[in-house]
Design a protein around this ligand. Structure first.
Ligand code: WTA
Length: 646
């Protein structure tokens, strides 16, 4: 029997949506999606009203998705201008630095001024609608300012996670043909300096990059950094003599808002493209209902803006709702493991949205570092990014939330733009580990190996069979890849690449990726990406990467290496290869374990049998399943014998 926690009536009575309303609205959204989304499209402001609601086809080869296509709007104006009459002096952003002594606040009025000036600064250097702008920044208010300034002009931002290496940055700049890079001198993490500007310079030394005309640098550490005259501008200098008036560009609903690169099973990361109208409607609506956001509440999403969670629930969703949000540059355990709770107490945070990995890493230290601080302001808790195990869920519920705060375990993806499965906190009982039910307008289903839809309780691959406004529209400059990746495996439905179980109440339980994507501490990486980097090392002949269950990170990276002729394994080489992965992709890609092997288990047609490698990495060599198609069974014996004892 699954444990169930009833929604406290004190919460449900005040929630936007209770059980009856969820059932009603959900039924409406499925039976009459046009009527439902016509009305709910009004949750944001339009410059030119829409008359068309949706038009899409999920059937290859002719896949297209359009929402509100004849409407026009501006995403930035929805986050700022429309709040000025009522919230000019309300805090929009509380910023807390990695160093606990560093704090800043920006009201909606101040944020509006800063964004308008920066948008004018961007215009001054020739940025216009449709241009791509790469943003490579630490978690500082200017990161939000940069995204919104691009949106104000209709320029397309492509935020690159600050933890990515210069090479990873270069690849993303190349793919989207960015005209401009916005970065900082340096950032901080656990008191350590991160060289953003130097990394940017390194990335731009890639001879293939021909589109970048300028680099804008935000002064953060205030140390000297290398400079290329004519190309580089200081942010503060660029905006010192520009007007504060910058009318927002009216963009069509289907004009792109941003590109965000994400990893898949194969090949290089995909440029996930989101457009403006549907994305803004979906962000605003999910934010309001799932976080049950009420006026004047303090909301804190701990995700980095380099990931989709930071985009939708760090920037666009909360600001469209006029929320006060907290932006945190640091990490949960610096200067000590109470940092989160100390922040909750000092800003009186009402809603906290974080990743299971952060909870698992803090849970190790027991409850005292949590209870030392006052958490009575907390009203709602959320998690995202990877499955949460019931033990961590219970800890979050009991210790952090004092059994008072519902937890919304929200399932979604870069591709979905916003939350797709989650409890609505006033409407549903909570089951630790379950992502509950689909949001309005979402038709979720489970399919078996033959792509047949399962009825009732069961387990299979999660698919979404109708469109929703926040859905990605294409892979940037590669529509074919979009069609093949998401719509060709199960004709006419959106294939999520996650496995899930549905119980007798119709609640969903995510079992994890069914492809070769790994979620490491909630960060998304593709095994193919790591393998191609490892195989490029001069001492490596072949490599294979699989995930293994990791107590804190959820998944860890286990790397199998076949060395090049004449090379010998050594501790030094282990270190070098780990360093290589950090350097080529970023610290999150560093393998936890490296096992040397003479060969990889392959089928007779030469395909690596990852299933076997996964079992070995998980230290379960007795459970290898069918090995009859192996071309060389001795390889497996050898792999088992030399597996790393953990
Ligand atoms: C996983 C993050 C279980 C899932 C928003 C998905 C989750 C991938 C959950 C997308 C959850 C996200 N429970 N698994 N609540 N939320 N995932 O693109 O495997 O970085 O496919 O988007 O994260 O990762 P992405």
């Amino acid at each position: 029997m699954n444990k169930k926690y009833k929604v406290p009536s004190s919460f449900a009575n005040k929630a936007w949506v209770d059980k009856r309303k969820y059932d009603e609205l959900y039924a409406w959204s499925i039976e009459d999606p046009i009527g439902f989304w016509k009305e709910h499209g009004q949750c944001i402001d339009w410059i030119r009203p829409y008359s068309k609601i949706m038009d899409y086809s999920f059937v290859p080869p002719n896949v297209y998705i359009k929402w509100y296509e004849d409407g026009a709007l501006n995403a930035c104006a929805n986050c700022l201008d429309r709040h000025l009459d009522t919230r000019r002096n309300q805090i929009a952003i509380y910023w807390e630095g990695d160093n606990p002594k560093e704090k800043r606040t920006l009201t909606y009025g101040e944020l509006f001024r800063e964004v308008s000036k920066f948008a004018n600064g961007l215009k001054k250097i020739g940025i216009k609608k449709g241009d791509r702008v790469a943003i490579y920044l630490p978690m500082i208010p200017e990161a939000v300012v940069s995204m919104l300034a691009c949106a104000r002009l209709g320029a397309i931002h492509s935020v690159v996670f600050g933890g990515f290496s210069p090479e990873a940055l270069a690849k993303r700049i190349l793919d989207c043909e960015a005209k401009l890079v916005i970065t900082a001198d340096e950032g901080f993490r656990r008191g350590q300096m991160i060289s953003f500007k130097q990394n940017t310079d390194k990335a731009l030394s890639d001879k293939e990059i021909k589109t970048v005309e300028n680099v804008i640098v935000i002064k953060h550490s205030r140390n000297n950094v290398p400079w290329e005259r004519g190309r580089d501008f200081w942010y503060h200098e660029l905006i010192c003599d520009v007007s504060e008036d910058c009318p927002p560009e009216a963009v069509n609903a289907e004009d792109p808002l941003f590109i965000l690169y994400t990893s898949g099973s194969t090949g290089t990361p995909k440029g996930v493209l989101h457009t403006t109208g549907g994305y803004m409607v979906y962000s605003a609506l999910t934010f309001k209902y799932i976080f049950d956001y009420k006026e004047e509440e303090i909301y804190w999403c701990t995700a980095d803006i380099g990931w989709i969670t930071g985009h939708t629930y760090g920037v666009y969703g909360p600001l469209a709702a006029g929320a006060t949000t907290l932006l945190f540059e640091g990490v949960p355990d610096y200067p000590d493991v109470s940092r989160y709770w100390q922040i909750v107490e000092s800003y009186k945070v009402n809603i906290l949205y974080t990743a299971p990995t952060a909870l698992r890493s803090l849970m190790r230290y027991g409850s005292e570092p949590v209870t030392r601080y006052n958490r009575s302001s907390l009203r709602l808790l959320g998690t995202v990014g990877e499955p949460i195990d019931p033990t961590s869920w219970e800890w979050y519920y009991r210790v952090v939330g004092e059994e008072r705060c519902p937890i919304v375990d929200t399932w979604w993806q870069t591709e979905t733009g916003g939350i797709v499965l989650s409890p609505l906190p006033g409407a549903m009982d909570l089951k630790p580990g379950s992502v509950a039910k689909p949001f309005f307008g979402i038709k979720a289903g489970l399919i078996d190996k033959n792509c047949d839809l399962l009825e009732g309780p069961g387990e299979g691959s999660l698919v979404l069979s109708t469109s929703w406004p926040g859905q990605m529209r294409t892979v940037y400059r590669n529509h074919q890849r979009f069609v093949e990746t998401y719509f060709s495996r199960c004709h006419g439905t959106f294939f999520t690449d996650d496995g899930a179980r549905r119980d007798e109440d119709g609640d969903y339980w995510i079992t994890g990726r069914v492809d070769d994507v790994i979620k490491i501490s909630g960060h998304r990486l593709g095994t193919a990406e790591i393998e191609s980097v490892m195989t490029a090392h001069p001492k490596v002949s072949e490599s294979a990467v699989v995930a293994f269950p990791h107590k804190i990170k959820g998944s860890g990276i286990y790397l199998f290496i076949v060395l090049a002729e004449g090379e010998k394994p050594s501790n030094q080489l282990t270190k070098d290869l780990k360093q290589w992965a950090r350097q080529k992709i970023g610290p999150i890609a560093a393998p936890d374990f490296i096992q040397w092997t003479e060969g990889l288990p392959k089928t007779r047609s030469g395909k690596v049998m990852r299933r076997i490698l996964r079992q070995i990495a998980a230290n379960q060599p007795n459970d290898l399943g069918d090995t009859s198609t192996l071309s060389d069974p001795d390889v497996v014996e050898d792999l088992i014998k030399h597996r790393l004892n953990r």
